[in-house]
Design a protein. Structure first.
Length: 307
């Protein structure tokens, strides 16, 4: 595997935040008019991130803090996520995770708080996958990245599909980060590696469908029908992966494709942007977007600590 450079670590975090901030104005729309997206890309206003990036920043800071020792302290991480929500509840949080954060802030252990909803099963939403990409910078192998991802997910998402989706996104980020940028991305091998760390029938079905869709190169609206565009892990992580695999060497196009899928646009674009940025590096991201990104300086500093 190719070693992580500072530029690619920055690309991973900045790509995540760009997808989140550019996608946020379109969240919840059934479809996205390309002209509206162009207008958003060219607007002079600052690019403000939502909960996806806010929680990715918390996770990245946690990983940087515990790099030389335990890597991940779940009890502490749960409180750090809940603190971030309490400090900035206006960041576009969904309906599910804030309920868990409320219980954690009230002193309920995360193991109980995460099972207090959805008939004791916990959430199968994409709220842990959307924030997980920094784990790829701390993982020492593909399996280690997937394992750390599952542990980071568990503090808010007890449901197996919430955790499978988080492992899938972290493993994809790990593979993107360590891929050889001087050669075309080997898509079948990439999907095969993901299937090894996400051992679940519904996920294997999605990965098979992605392989077929990469060959057919569908319009974004068709990807929404074929793979989903909602806030569930199974209905968004594979879609983000497709957006990346169709545009592995053009992060801006991966982000555009993910937004045009519609639905959970900030989250799908954040996940696609993290994967593409990890492969291309920050230097390949559009400078005009980065200049507008409010959190860019903080994200660069964290990437440098993690690389
Ligand atoms: O924080 P959260 O509610 O939502 C994340 C989303 C992202 O799009 C962010 O950008 C932000 O806008 O919100 O996180 P999750 O707990 O992951 O849940 C996401 C959604 O999945 C919830 O709002 C529920 O609608 C849905 N969901 C479920 N629905 C039914 N049954 C999750 N688990 C279940 C379930 O078990
Ligand atoms: Mg969001
Ligand atoms: Mg979202
Ligand atoms: Mg360093």
């Amino acid at each position: 595997t190719t070693p992580i450079t500072r530029d690619r670590a920055r690309g991973l975090l900045l790509g995540l935040a760009l997808g989140d901030a550019l996608g946020a104005p379109f969240e919840g729309r059934d479809s996205v008019d390309p002209a509206d997206l162009v207008a958003e890309e060219l607007a002079p206003s600052g690019l403000v991130h939502t909960d996806d990036t806010a929680l990715a920043l918390v996770l990245a800071e946690h990983l940087a803090e515990h790099r030389e020792t335990t890597v991940l302290e779940e009890d502490l991480l749960a409180r750090e996520f809940a603190d971030a929500w309490r400090a900035e509840p206006w960041r576009g949080y969904g309906s599910g995770t804030p309920k868990v954060f409320g219980l954690i802030n009230a002193g309920v252990p995360w193991r109980d708080a995460t099972r207090a909803f959805y008939q004791g099963q916990g959430s199968f939403g994409n709220g842990a996958a959307m924030r997980v990409a920094p784990i790829a910078l701390a993982g020492t192998s593909l399996h280690h990245a997937a394992e750390l991802a599952r542990r980071s997910a568990a503090v808010t998402h007890a449901h197996k599909h919430g955790q499978h989706g988080t492992a899938c996104q972290a493993a994809a980020a790990y593979l993107a980060l360590h891929s050889d940028p001087t050669h075309p991305l080997p898509v079948p091998a990439f999907l095969h590696d993901l299937a090894r760390v996400v051992r679940s029938g519904p996920w294997h079905e999605k990965l098979d469908r992605i392989a077929e869709l990469v060959r057919r190169r569908p319009e974004p609206q068709h990807a929404a029908t074929a793979l989903g565009n909602d806030a569930s892990a199974l209905g968004s992580v594979p879609t983000a992966l497709l957006a990346f695999l169709l545009n592995p060497d053009r992060a801006n196009d991966a982000i555009r494709y993910a937004i045009r899928v519609g639905g959970d646009t900030d989250t799908i674009a954040a996940m696609a942007g993290a994967l593409a940025g990890a492969r291309t590096g920050a230097a390949a991201l559009p400078a005009a977007w980065l200049r507008r990104l409010a959190a860019a300086r903080r994200l660069r500093a964290l990437a440098d600590r993690l690389s």
